[in-house]
Structures are given as C-alpha cells and as structure tokens.
Design a protein around this ligand. Sequence first.
Ligand SMILES: [Zn+2]
Length: 404
Amino acid sequence: MSNNSEPIKTLHGLPEQVIFCSRCVMNNQRPNTSREFVKKDSNISTAGFGDDGVCDACRWYEEKQKIDWADREKQLQALCDKFRRNDGRYDVIVPSSGGKDSFFVAHQLKHKYGMNPLTVTWAPHRYTDVGWRNFQSMIDAGFDNVLVTPNSQVHAKLTRLAFENLVNPFQPFIIGQKNVAPRAALQYNVPLIMYGENHAEAHNKIGENYSPLMNIEHFTRENDDTELYFGGVNIKDLKQYSIEDKDLFLYKPLLAEPVRKAGIEVHYYSFYYNWSPQENYYYAMDNSKFESNPDGRSEGTYSKFSSLDDKIDGQHYFTMFAKFGQGRCMNDANRDIRDGLITREEAIKLMNKYDGEFPKKYFQEFLDYIGISEERYWEVIDKSRSPHVWKKVNGEWVLKHRVS
Ligand SMILES: [Zn+2]
C-alpha cells in the first residue's frame, strides 16, 4: 500500500500486493492466458493462491501424490484401445515442437501402446539451429510429421502488434498453435489428440487437472468472428495494419460445431502419467539424437533443455519478467523445487544470479523480425513495468519485491 489511502496504480490488472508462495518461489502476479483470442488486453491476472500462502501449482503437487498411477495407466490403455486403428490410418495426433516432451508422448504412444501417431508442428517464429536439428531428430526417430509454417509477413505483423499493445510477443504463436492440432484432426479424420502436460499444472485453475480433457473452448468459437482480437486489435480493425481476413485462417479458432460433430477429444498425457520434464529429457536423449542447449544453459536461467527451438523464446520470458516480475529462472525453479531437484534456498540463489538476464543472443533478429528500433523496444518494455512491481534506483530498474 502507498503511504496515503490512494492505492498504487497497477498495470495489466495485477493484484496490488505482491506475495510469494511459501513452498516454491512463484509470485501471485501470473496472468491467465486462456482464450486470448477474445481479449482486448491479454493480461488478466489470476492470483491462484490459497489463504495459507501456497500457490495453486504447489497445492496441485500435493494432490498429485494421491493419484493411483497404475489405475491411470489402465485408463490410458482403454483410451488407446478405443481409438486404435489397424487399417494403416493415423489414430492419434500428437502436437509436437520437436522438443523432449512431445517426443516422449509420441514415442510412448507408438512403441508402448501400439498407436500410429501423426506428429503436427506449428513452426516457431524463427528456428534456432538446435531447434531445427531436434525437430529433424524427432522425424529421424520414426515419425510422420506435418509442419505448418505461417506466412512470416503476417506472423511478424501480428507479433509486432502483440508486442507493442500487449507486451506479449508470443500471443500469435500461442493462438495459432492451439488451432493446428484440431485442424489436422479434422483434415485427417483422426479424432484423438494427445498433448503432453496440462498447463493447468502451472498456470490455470486446479480444477482442470482433474479431467484428462482440454476444454474445447480453448481453441474454438461458437459462431461469427467479430469478437476476435489479435494483438489487442479487433479483427475488423486489422485492415489498417494491412492484415486481411484471408491472412487470418491459421489464427482464427475453429468453429465448435464441426469439432463436436467429428467427436474430437483432446487429452493430456500428464493426466495418465506422472509427468517429469527431466525424465522426458533423458528419454529423448536415449531414444533420439535430442540435444540440449549447446551454450550450456538458456539465457535467463540455469536450465538447458526447455524452450530451445525458437529464437524468440528469450523475449517471451523477458517480457513476462518486465510485466509480472516472473523470470525464466523462477519458472524453472518452481518446477524443480516441486520435483525435489533443488531446494527453495538454491532456487533463490539461482534467481538472484539469472532472473532478468537479458536475452541478447537473438535480440537484433527479434527487432528485425518485427521491424522496430531498439529505442522503441525499450519504450514498450519500460512502459509495461507496473509501479507496484518495479522502481528505479540510480537509473536502473529493480524489482520492489524479491522472494526471501
Ligand atoms: Zn508454489
């Protein structure tokens, strides 16, 4: 609170009081990113903290310990038995980046459960070299793949709008990514889609973890498209940015009716299997030529095997840090604390070392890609820093609240 009765103005609809989870190092400033395509401002916050100061993700971890995984595997067997085809057609779509997690899912479904998966990939903005090699390694490990690459003129314009208006350069990627697998499911007549982790584990409401299914609201609309927003701009106003209706095919969510009619079910593998990013990494190394970050770690964190494929990944995390005080290292550390890989004290040391490290490796390429100057970049970033999160000390931005 400020020293008089006037509340501090917070940006992005964030809660004024910054608190940290007492178990992991998560703060309560995380946004809810579902159904971004109907929001003018994508940065609506969900606190996701219990009265006892424990975050939803940690609470969920506790719940997870009670799960009977043998029973869950039986449910997975039954699901595969229901959808398995023996006539040569694909019987499951695995949305896949070529990363360790989707590799694990596709490989297990094929080799352990006798399924015939089609992997479907929504291309990164700009492949990193290691990302491209990992993508090829997945195919080399024995999978058919459909790669969907959006027109980069349109994608870059949408990314610029999302950066300048929402400070969320990943929004068009995420919106498009959600459509790719369901569209392939319709095109190839494959009603089962298997994602990896239910991101409710980290981002959304606990309740979503009790279902194996993704709510189709996440990637469909009921009827007309007049309520859609891309990069904070209503669809009818995109013409002023030289984006035509026909440019938006890959971004518009599917109509719900044909999805329901085709009986499409979108499941999460993490409902059926005790999911571990670290184990998936070892699995991908053992079963393909998967490589971790050749630099030894990714910028802004200590980890080396997640989000490697897109040159813009670093900007995704850095904008989250500017807006919410949540760095890439914090995100990795939360997970690793829960998985018992590091202690909370170690996490704090790592955050002090890495959080907020600027992703400079591909910075110029990012600026060139969206067509803005470095000056404009910092103008957007600094405007996005909420006064309840940041203060300026000797000309440097520093976080007001740090985990301790
Ligand atoms: Zn927590």
